[in-house]
Design a binder for this molecule. Sequence first.
Ligand SMILES: [Zn+2]
Length: 322
Amino acid sequence: MKILTRIFVVLVVFCGRAAVAQPAADAIDAHLIAARNAAGFDFAGTLARLCIAPPRVTGVRDVAPGPAPARETWFAEPAKVFDNLYFVGSKIHSSWALTSSEGIILIDTLFTYNSEEEIVGGLKKLGLDPAKIKYVIITHAHGDHVGGAKLLQDKFGSRVVMGGPDWDLIERSVNAYPLGKPKRDIVADDGQKIKLGDATVTIVTTPGHTPGTLSMIFTVKDKGKPLTVAYSGGTAFNFPSTVPNFDTYINSQRKMAAAAAAANATVLMSNHSEFDGAISKIKMLAGRKPGEPHPFEVGADAVARYFKVSEECADVARLKLK
Ligand SMILES: [Zn+2]
């Protein structure tokens, strides 16, 4: 009798706990399933990075860059991808040259160690003049995107556009720029249009990955056909893992999804090949047959699903903090 009572008490306590724990676990599962469904086969890299055990981050470190890795680990050939958009990135990180009637708008600048060869050298290989880079838009002030900003500012007098909080990050940094920092130039505003000749890039501020992360909307042409690009400026959760930081990140994913939908964006780009498959798509482009769709033209539904993946995975990480 005594044993039966004890089992009953244990069962009551156990079930009581399960009743509390279950809704949170159910909610996490629901967000995971939603993220998986949104990713499909298009965004497996983004899903893997954001939803499969992302690390918990306690603080942002201001460290000096390490030695340059072996060239064969990062070097990629430049490529013409659209009539007016050229890839001058590496195997891992993207840098894009948007050409116009008045010169070039460059988006992101890789690391300090590979920006000269990939960007300056890449443009020359493609028959473009790097001295015509009038604007450099930096999505955020991490070493893998801002590394070439100083070079382009010093060498060609290019105007550098960045979010205000990320200019602040650069100015506050003690260790991250041993070869010098880019000088504060244009501070981007939400909705700002960077215009050069017949090209316009519309800035969408998407704080989260860093406080000043910039995403953008612009138009490319595929054999004369205009297509709208949604460019996501910051993706991974390497900011301090707190509920308010995830709330900021989630709001930015929704904001960018709405901006992409309003512009009818059918092309999704990011600054890491891991997230948008840039390197594979550029390879596919080389084998494209007449009449086949451009590998980067995924459609408005897939663009919406991309931002759903990042939003849902952030919901998972946020719920796990509680
Ligand atoms: Zn980053």
